[in-house]
Unconditional design. Structure first.
Ligand SMILES: [Zn+2]
Ligand SMILES: [Zn+2]
Length: 386
């Protein structure tokens, strides 16, 4: 097993963090990594365990003092909660952290639903994701870029801090369900006693009712706001790829969990350059004299123009490779190439004089097709491309 990480580092707090700061840090980690939220994700589970252990020690005066003095050795194996009975309900963990009721962060319930979900207690809300398209040129994709994106999202109402009422005295525990959000019904029948739970009608399962709703947000706790988000787009992205900015989507009511901002890449087709994976393909049309006698031609790559040599005797359809002039891979390993395909332009109209020259050339031995073995294999390759 790897060496244990420093508990303060695990929670991301300083050595002189207050109990409240430690609580808050653990709450953040628990929401992020709890197995309820990451089913089947072993890495997240390990992170959750690590955070729970760190919190177990740092939230206990005795253990923290020992840890501060002697490090991990000072705890002599007594660190960390026991997970043999499962990880516990995230809802319960969060409630324990903040003493229940409606102080602190209010009621947290389950996670996972698109809008809200209940897990045994009150409702927790999850903000919806926002999906935006970003159109990028190949030049932008080659270098990576930053884009300012306009979005309109739900944010906590500034007048009531997202609570739906300006004064906390205007938020009351629901009298019907006593704050649980659920109504218990016990039915006695011939087969015995059946207990059923249903969502409380009076509070809509929230466990609390707002008696005097905030005017700004009509009690929803959220307002619509236009915002500009700067998005960093790495080099090498492809059309249809989706980048996720966690927590940058809609905020949720009652300090729930923010949705994500999903950025979908749209590649604007380049007028001259075709993309194939990380390679680029450019077709250069050259003249008959250039193909016959050789020349230097200009090739527009994404990072500028380059002079490229056309060898004397270049066949129409032949391809040269400009190494490293393609696109970088999005994970940063390696770069594609640019392939330049030469097409020889055959004139369609000739002057009398040009015709005379062509007729003379036609009699010349050099102009009679006489492909070598090498040429033949090149023509075969061309044929296979179609
Ligand atoms: Zn109720
Ligand atoms: Zn409000």
């Amino acid at each position: 097993m790897a060496e244990k990480r420093d508990y303060y580092e695990v929670l991301g707090v300083s050595r002189d963090a207050t109990d409240e700061e430690i609580k808050k840090a653990y709450r953040k980690k628990a929401i992020q990594y709890h197995p309820d939220k990451n089913p089947g994700d072993k890495a997240a589970e390990e992170k959750f365990k690590e955070a729970a252990e760190a919190y177990d020690v740092l939230s206990n005066k005795d253990k923290r003092a020992k840890y501060d003095q002697f490090g991990h050795a000072g705890l002599d194996g007594q660190a960390g909660p026991d997970f043999s009975g499962g990880f516990g309900n995230l809802n319960d963990i969060l409630r324990d952290l903040f003493g229940g009721g409606f102080g602190g962060f209010g009621g947290f319930g389950g996670f996972g639903g698109d809008d809200s979900q209940r897990q045994g207690g009150q409702r927790v809300y999850k903000g919806r994701d926002i999906r935006v398209r970003v159109r990028l040129t190949l030049e932008e994709i080659a270098k990576g870029t930053e884009k300012d994106i306009q979005i309109e999202r739900n944010v906590p109402c500034p007048d009531c801090n997202g609570k739906g009422a300006r004064n906390s005295s205007d938020i009351k525990v629901c009298p019907s369900c006593k704050g649980t959000g659920q109504i218990k019904r016990v039915v006695n029948s011939f087969f015995g006693q059946t207990v059923t739970y249903s969502t409380c009608q009076q509070c809509n399962g929230e466990g609390k009712i707002v008696t005097n709703p905030c005017h700004t947000c009509s009690g929803t706790g959220l307002i619509r706001k236009k915002e500009t988000v700067r998005v960093r787009i790495p080099a090498g992205v492809e059309d249809g790829m989706q980048l996720t900015m966690r927590g940058q989507g809609h905020c949720a009511k009652n300090n729930g969990i923010n949705g994500d901002l999903l950025i979908v890449i749209n590649e604007i087709e380049h007028p001259d350059i075709k993309r194939e994976g990380n390679n680029l393909i450019y077709t250069k049309v050259i003249s008959v004299p250039e193909a016959v006698m050789g020349a230097t031609v200009e090739i527009p790559c994404l990072d500028g123009k380059y002079n490229v040599k056309v060898e004397p005797g270049t066949q129409s359809g032949s391809v040269i490779r400009l190494k490293g002039k393609g696109l970088p891979t999005v994970n940063g390993y390696g770069t594609g190439d640019m392939y330049v395909k030469f097409i020889v332009w055959i004139p369609k109209k000739l002057s009398k004089e040009e015709k005379d020259i062509m007729e003379r050339l036609a009699k010349s031995e050099s102009f009679r097709p006489n492909p070598t073995k090498e040429d033949k294999s090149f023509f075969d390759k061309l044929r296979d491309m179609f």
